[in-house]
Design a binder for this molecule. Structure first.
Ligand SMILES: Cc1cc2nc3c(=O)[nH]c(=O)nc-3n(C[C@H](O)[C@H](O)[C@H](O)COP(=O)(O)OP(=O)(O)OC[C@H]3O[C@@H](n4cnc5c(N)ncnc54)[C@H](O)[C@@H]3O)c2cc1C
Length: 317
């Protein structure tokens, strides 16, 4: 018997993970935190860190009452006792029009699995992303993870099982990958590794937090801070994270687009620089807006975005 069914759900409401991270940092800054970007930790202690300003090469010696290592797949390079098992997750980017400009997500179960699925998720700028793979990535951690052709083929094959007009390889406008920082628990495959987070104290007295999910970031942070306070003999008021609101992240979009195809406006670029701390054209294209997911969009928008970035930086100087 063949069954067909559909339901509405309210899962997956987070529309932009990079902007969530920036907004969390801005919220922390509004509460007194000092945020240093482009600074790499070289070594950690219970009471501080050595770090490098990657823009100037300057070495920094930072003193602190407590230190938390939250460096994802980089965690093992700062704490020898930590075993990370990176798992690559790849998405492909399609034109929404090629899928009939959907307003809802499509969830396609993997054949032979009761827990895994491929999804097609509508995005900004007239795109749909289709994900996601879960591949062991045991080699040296790259600066930017790269999707493989095999993964792209896997995603297309699963998508094409359910859409009326199959998507061809040449219709794939872009592809991107990330590395999940999973805790190595000696099991296989990576898709079956628990996503529960680990918080632990290193021999040097700092805390490491690893694994988990973006969805559980507040719980991960609360557990890590609680352990750091306990380890360092510090006291603090009860955590407010369960009810703390993030600062507003609404982007003004009232002006003419600087790019007709994506609808990117100069206001979005100015907002990225003036409010969200973007310093370069890459910050805007890849880490504030998601224009850079499609190479052709990136190249078409680059000159206009560069000019607005330079003007906004000069105005703010
Ligand atoms: C493709 C993919 C899809 C995912 N989908 C979901 C999802 O749908 N839902 C969900 O809840 N979770 C999802 N996750 C998981 C989620 O993204 C991660 O669990 C989460 O990002 C882990 O957060 P983190 O801060 O511990 O590590 P990361 O997000 O990896 O952040 C670590 C940061 O530390 C920085 N860093 C590394 N080394 C150093 C150093 N030496 N000095 C200074 N900084 C350093 C890195 O640049 C990075 O910015 C997904 C992950 C991937 C890869």
């Amino acid at each position: 018997m063949v069954c067909a069914a559909a339901c509405s759900s309210y899962d997956g409401q987070l529309d932009d993970d990079a902007r969530l991270v920036v907004t969390v940092a801005r919220t922390a800054a509004s509460l007194g935190a000092r945020i240093l970007t482009r600074v790499r930790a070289l070594g950690l202690r219970g009471d501080g860190a050595t770090a490098e300003d990657t823009l100037t090469g300057e070495r920094l010696d930072i003193r602190a009452r407590a230190v938390i290592n939250a460096t994802g797949v980089g965690a093992g390079s700062l704490d020898d006792a930590i075993r990370v098992r990176p798992s690559r997750g790849t998405h492909i980017v399609l034109d929404a029009n090629d899928l009939g400009a959907p307003h809802t997500a499509l969830t396609i179960p993997h054949e032979g699995s009761i827990s895994r699925y491929v999804f097609a998720l509508p995005q900004a700028y007239g795109r749909v992303i289709v994900g996601l793979t879960d591949e062991d990535a045991p080699d040296a951690v790259p600066r930017v993870a790269q999707p493989t052709e095999r993964e792209i083929d896997f995603l297309l094959t699963n998508l094409n099982r359910v859409v009326a007009s199959p998507i061809r390889r040449e219709q794939v406008r872009g592809a991107f990958a990330g590395l999940r920082p999973l805790v190595d628990r000696g099991t296989a495959p990576t898709a079956d590794i628990s996503r529960r987070h680990l918080v632990t104290v290193s021999g040097a007295g700092f805390v490491t937090v690893l694994g988990g999910k973006l969805t559980t970031y507040r719980r991960m942070a609360e557990d890590a801070v609680d352990l750091a306070l306990h380890t360092r003999g510090l006291t603090a008021p009860p955590s407010r994270t369960a009810s703390l609101r993030l600062v507003d992240r609404r982007v003004p979009v009232a002006r003419e687009p600087v790019d007709e195809e994506t609808g990117l406006t100069s206001a979005e670029v100015e907002y990225a620089v003036r409010v969200e701390g973007a310093m370069t054209v890459e910050d805007v294209l890849d880490r504030r807006t998601r224009i850079g997911l499609v190479d052709a969009d990136r190249e078409r928008c680059r000159a206009a975005v560069e000019a607005i970035v330079q003007r906004s930086l000069a105005d703010g100087a």
